[in-house]
Design a binder for this molecule. Structure first.
Ligand code: ADP
Ligand code: MG
Length: 592
């Protein structure tokens, strides 16, 4: 239960504000998150981490000498947008290139990859290592599909220490990859977490039971048992991790290891110590020497009651990097000395932030009168879209919490409303339909984050680029633009029909739209028929098992429940098809 919040949709921004106010010694606020208070020394690799909010101290609490140079801080449990990642990287970078690292989740991968591409295109070298420590999230032969949990810290720590030692980008990538290859975690939960403003937890664990193999976004566990004793939990943790040694570790006996016993949100430190007592004994009995263990909250999942155990199997190099000094708001060891910091940003720079970049005053491209008229129809339809998401946000959140992380409603609502704001702004400045759509798409992905935010943003910008600003798009132009948007979504997300994603609804939508137009149907009728096809296809996803996205590890749980992204797509196109006759007849309405 979260008790203290103002407007729930402002929660993520407000927490960053307070976090920075409380930690000025280490961080300054930048667009998209935080960066170190001190400028990155020239030529040093900038380590940029990030993810959704709700995991404190990950990610902002891990910014400081010896660890990260910046953290992109997304909305609650939603990946930061590519613009956020890019902006933080630009603020942190100082000639040594950018190293990105984060837990392996579909939405984060999409957004961080897009940011990486943009940095590379600008000539700033940027490389990534995603963290895949959670042994419950995929079998060992699909290790690259595993998600990242508290092993984030071991990988970030090693990368940050290497950067501080002066390693170049290639070298930071090498040691971080090594650390990730040798890090394994397992977690359990006793109760789900409740996001601010939500009236129910994302998932529930029956009283006296324990979910094994939880994620850090309230994704439900993989299996369930009775709650064991503290010793019993230690036994489960240690046995599981000893049973899955990394390939480069032949035998646990004689190894040295960094160990993290992590609290997920509402397990007391005292309880953790009781568990750790047995963890330490069991590892010693297995012949493992523990090096600088951590017991506490390092990567949390909001107010979830749960714990996880992480082991980084050390070699000499990793031990040196794990043990190196660091000084961040939430994690410190040794003494970093005075020499590590570059020039400090003043108070103004540390606190001031103008992060609403949506209403840039730069001139917009010229548009024909016909395209400007179309732009007002587009804006009115975005108004319908945004209203539909407001109406269905709770329902979409509930569907997403069956096998995902429950943020689909919030994310769609936030993205759609940002898109509408940007569209209105562009329309008021005489933009054409293409520019209104591209502006709306940029705003959507910037504000929403998450997988759906990246993909919807991409879809709108693709539509906008195709439609352009020089004409009133004919039905055939729209069909072509829709197909281009579908191709773009498939190109970036790599999902195919049958994977249980929004693609399952979008592909039949685009196909039926085209078919109806080819048959000579009026555009409005074609759209209505296509919306019906999308609705049927979205409903049919209930029978599928997810093969993409964060719901994949919970495939069975999602049987009988539709894919949230497919469902929201069907709701949106249905509402737009319903609204079109009215909107098209009165293009001036609904655009004020
Ligand atoms: P996140 O998964 O980052 O929490 P959302 O909850 O907003 O983001 O969106 C989840 C939806 O995104 C899923 O229901 C699915 O429709 C869609 N999705 C996930 N992965 C992919 C992908 N690779 N390609 C297309 N759509 C995807
Ligand atoms: Mg989600």
């Amino acid at each position: 239960m979260t008790r203290l919040f103002n407007d729930p949709t402002a929660f993520a921004d407000e927490l960053v504000e307070g976090f920075v106010a409380a930690n000025r010694r280490w961080v300054r606020r930048v667009e998209g998150g935080v960066a170190r208070r001190q400028r990155t020394p020239e030529g040093q690799v900038a380590v940029v981490i990030g993810g959704g909010s709700g995991h404190y101290p990950a990610f902002g609490g891990l910014v400081g000498p010896g660890l990260a140079h910046g953290a992109a801080m997304g909305n609650l449990f939603a990946s930061p947008s590519s613009q956020q990642v890019y902006a933080v990287a630009k603020a942190a970078e100082n000639g040594g290139g950018v190293f990105l690292s984060y837990g392996n989740y579909a939405g984060d991968v999409l957004n961080f990859d897009t940011a990486q591409q943009r940095l590379n295109d600008e000539g700033i070298p940027c490389r990534t290592v995603t963290v895949t420590d959670d042994i419950s999230s995929a079998p060992v032969d699909e290790i690259s599909r595993r998600r990242g949990i508290a092993g984030d810290l071991t990988v970030f720590k090693v990368a940050g220490a290497a950067a501080a030692e002066g390693a170049d980008l290639e070298e930071v990538v090498r040691v971080a990859t090594l650390a990730n290859d040798r890090t394994r975690s397992i977690g359990v939960a006793f109760s789900g977490c409740t996001l601010p403003g939500a009236d129910a937890p994302l998932f529930e664990v029956p009283e006296g039971r324990m979910a094994v193999g939880l994620g850090i976004h309230g994704e439900p566990g993989i299996s369930e048992t009775d709650v064991p004793t503290a010793d019993g939990l230690a036994e489960l943790f240690v046995t599981s991790l000893l049973n899955e040694l990394p390939p480069s570790v032949e035998d646990a006996n004689g190894q040295r290891a960094a160990v993290i016993l992590n609290g997920l949100g509402t397990v007391k430190y005292e309880e953790l110590f009781v568990v750790y007592r047995s963890v330490a004994r069991l590892l010693e009995e297995a012949g493992v020497t523990v090096v600088e263990p951590e017991v506490g909250e390092l990567v949390t999942s909001f107010d979830m009651a749960g714990a996880s155990l992480t082991i980084l199997w050390l070699d000499d190099e990793l031990e040196r990097l794990w043990s190196a000094p660091t000084d961040t708001p939430a994690y410190r060891k040794g003494s970093v000395g005075a020499a590590t910091g570059g020039e400090e940003f003043g108070d103004d720079a540390a606190d001031a932030l103008d992060d609403e970049g949506d209403s840039e005053s730069a001139a917009l491209p010229e548009a024909s009168p016909a395209s400007r008229a179309a732009a007002s129809v587009v804006t009115a339809l975005l108004e319908t879209l945004s209203g539909t998401m407001d109406e269905h946000a709770d329902e979409l959140g509930r569907i997403d919490s069956v096998a995902g992380d429950g943020d689909h409603g919030i994310g769609m609502q936030r993205g759609a409303s940002a898109a509408l704001g940007a569209a209105k702004d562009a329309l008021a400045r005489d933009a054409g339909a293409g520019t209104v759509l591209t502006r709306a798409g940029d705003a959507w992905s910037n504000r929403a984050g998450g997988t759906s935010g990246a993909l919807w943003g991409l879809a709108l910008t693709t539509l906008g680029t195709r439609i352009g600003d020089d004409r009133d798009p004919a039905a055939a132009d729209i069909a072509e633009a829709v197909q281009a948007a579908v191709d773009a979504i498939r190109g970036v997300g790599k999902a195919e029909v049958g994977d249980k994603t929004m693609v399952d609804a979008i592909v039949p939508f685009a196909a039926r739209f085209r078919e109806e137009l080819d048959r000579g149907s009026a555009p409005g009728d074609a759209l209505a028929a296509a919306a019906l096809a999308a609705t049927e296809a979205a409903a049919a996803t209930s029978d599928l098992m997810p093969r993409m996205g964060r719901a994949r590890p919970h495939a069975e749980k999602s049987l009988g429940s539709p894919d949230p992204g497919a469902h929201s797509f069907a709701l949106i196109v249905t509402a737009i098809a319903d609204a079109l006759p009215t909107v098209a007849a009165q293009p001036e309405q609904g655009t004020s």
